[in-house]
Design a protein around this ligand. Sequence first.
Ligand SMILES: [Zn+2]
Length: 191
Amino acid sequence: MARFGLNRADEFGGQGGAGFFSFKGRKDAHIRFLYNDVNDVEGYAVHEIELDGKKRYVDCLWDGKGDRHVCPLCREGYFTQVKYLVPVYDEDEGVVYTWDRGKAFGRRLEKLFAKYAEEAPLCATCFTVNREINEEGYPYYTFTPDYTDDTELCDLPDFQRSAYGRLVLQKSAEEMEEYLEYGDFWDDEAC
Ligand SMILES: [Zn+2]
């Protein structure tokens, strides 16, 4: 699995929004998740490719059943990663970012919803996030609720929830073949 830390997040090109969330040297950060309830969460099965010198995500065409070769990138051995591109409001900066998280983060989110989004939307709770490093050298995060108020999503800056066509490129099998041959898409950046 292609692993990367938050320090590499800048390599991922993103259009729209302020980009990817990172700690920028902070020991902790104060954030709200821009979700009401668990139904707002979207996970993506993606391939990581390089386009114009930048890492990008492309939606995997395999639906989990049948012949995996319907997806040319699967066929060529590109690893499929589960991604959660989590919209967060950075309270310290007053900016909406996308937090690029992997498969395991889904379970963290489920727990946060179960604990803090019973009576109010999850976005009503402000959390202190601490970034720590585990024994294997990978970062992990702890969440401590600071306070809950009556903030709703409409009180926070506008953002696009879905990453499809934006942070996760949607390409056809033909377009993927084109990429595999030429390392580019003809209609690159049109989405
Ligand atoms: Zn695939």
